[in-house]
Write a protein that binds this ligand. Sequence first.
Ligand code: FES
Length: 62
Amino acid sequence: MGEPLLEVADRAGVFIPTGCLMGSCHACEVELEDGHCICACIAAVPAGREYLTINLFVDPTW
Ligand code: FES
């Protein structure tokens, strides 16, 4: 199951912008190390995984 990515980021002091919170608007999109993009609001850090590196690009005009 894992822990919601937004909660993990928040606990780490990392702000991920959000909008719809249901996977539609892509405001929360982050990039994984392999270049794959995911919506953070509907993603989780897999259970048992100690860390997950994401690239976060913020567009202040979004
Ligand atoms: S907040 Fe809209 S897709 Fe995540």
